[in-house]
Ligand binder design. Structure first.
Ligand code: AMP
Ligand code: ZN
Length: 403
């Protein structure tokens, strides 16, 4: 039988007449990291495959069985080993939305009157999140930031636009090159920061600014449980206590900073991918071409290995951190913020980290007499980074900041 594998795309022939998990085993694939699809249907691990079948194995990011739905006993389409449960289509969709409701309530992320701006990358998580919030009746618009990463960026943008069709919502589009004069690949070549570091800095900056300028109350991102667990692992391995302290599903609004929330923190990548698939949401399956070898991916792989042996490890690690760990790391960081002299966004220095990075990339000079901080290296970087970041910073920035 024919198996189509993605990322990179390739086809292999394997023997049919056996179960999904046996085929995955032969291919060395962890069932928790892929979706197995046959003719627009998701298959669980115990499903039998025929010699004549053609299946697609799509990363992330999962699998499922001859199993019955935990709620209604109909045939299950998605298996969640961590919950020791399986769900049919409708009950799974409901399960996902329940988890998001729970997250929103637990951290009082926003209410029905709030205007939410969902940062959408065109990937499964953020599009699923947007769909869930709309279905739950929230006032949610999308924000797509064009990063200029060739075909990857244009395909992502097209999918964000497609999502809006036929839905009662609005997509805000910002293009980094048009608005700020550089794109991410250029930044990677010209700046002293790594590509992923500038990209992360630009995203945080633009999300905050676009939301603030347009009167949104809150920015929601699609970070899921796998993202958060991987980030926490990275922070813990280096004992970056300030980042650990800030790794929270809500960052409250401050002067000039819009509230940031991560309503998917209770859902795995596998769950968000399955949700997007079951809701027929087209999303970019490919990874950002610049991300290869990124440390975050290695942490995810490590977590997946632990998860394969003991389902539930990721959730335990992150959710117990929120319950028991986070209070131990909480700090009262009351760095005073004031407007960047260039752009007006909050910073603790004269110029914000984004303006300084931009200056370096464009080879511009920031106006005004120098106050001693060399561009891009001032003490302001660290605080801005801390106040704006909802995740942890790539080591590159951290090292620079520490100097
Ligand atoms: P990433 O940093 O790529 O792991 O993405 C984390 C979250 O940031 C996604 O779930 C989205 O909410 C948001 N995001 C990433 N890239 C973009 C983009 N180009 N435009 C808007 N939001 C994005
Ligand atoms: Zn600035």
């Amino acid at each position: 039988m024919k198996v189509r594998l993605r990322n990179p795309d390739r086809e292999v022939e394997v023997a049919g007449g056996r179960k999904v998990h046996q085929v995955l085993g032969e291919l060395g694939i962890n069932p928790d990291t892929v979706l197995v699809i046959r003719e627009r249907e998701l298959l669980t691990r115990e499903e039998r495959l025929d010699e004549a079948d053609e299946i697609e194995i799509r990363p992330v990011i999962s699998g499922g069985s001859g199993m019955k739905c935990r709620r209604c006993k109909a045939p299950a389409v998605v298996e969640l080993r961590r919950h020791n449960a399986a769900f049919c289509h409708d009950c799974f969709v409901r399960h996902v939305r329940e988890q998001v409701k729970r997250a929103i309530a637990a951290f009082q992320m926003f209410g029905p009157e709030d205007r939410v701006l969902v940062a959408v990358s065109g990937g499964k998580d953020s599009l699923a999140l947007w769909d869930i919030l709309l279905e739950l009746g929230y006032r949610a618009d999308g924000l797509y930031l064009g990063l200029g990463i060739g075909g990857y960026s244009s395909r992502s943008r097209d999918l964000a636009r497609t999502f809006v069709e036929g839905r009662d919502t609005h997509l805000v589009e910002v293009d980094l090159a048009e608005e700020y004069g550089f794109d991410v690949p250029t930044a990677g070549r010209k700046g002293s920061r790594s590509t992923c570091a500038v990209c992360g800095l630009s995203k945080r900056y633009v999300f905050n600014r676009a939301a603030g300028d347009r009167g949104y109350d809150v920015v929601a991102t699609g970070h899921n449980l796998d993202d958060e667990a991987a980030t926490l692992l990275g922070n813990t391995l280096r004992w970056q206590t300030e980042y650990i302290a800030r790794q929270f599903p809500v960052l409250p609004a401050e002067e000039g900073l819009v509230r940031k929330v991560k309503p998917l923190y209770r859902l795995s990548e596998h769950e968000t991918a399955a949700y997007a698939f079951l809701r027929s949401i087209d999303y970019v399956v490919e990874e950002c071409p610049l991300v290869a070898g990124n440390t975050q991916l290695r942490y995810k792989e490590a977590m997946n290995q632990l998860e394969a042996g003991s389902p539930g490890t990721k959730a335990q690690f992150f959710l117990n951190y929120l319950d028991r760990g986070a209070p131990l790391f909480a700090t009262q960081d009351a760095a005073e913020l004031h407007p960047c002299e260039r752009c007006g966004q909050p910073t603790t220095g004269r110029f914000c980290a984004f303006c300084r990075a931009r200056e370096q990339i464009l080879g511009e000079q920031l106006e005004g007499p120098s106050t001693g901080d060399r561009p891009g290296e001032g003490p302001g970087d660290r605080e801005l980074v801390e106040s704006m970041s909802e995740e942890v910073l790539p080591e590159e920035i951290y090292r620079r900041v520490r100097g």
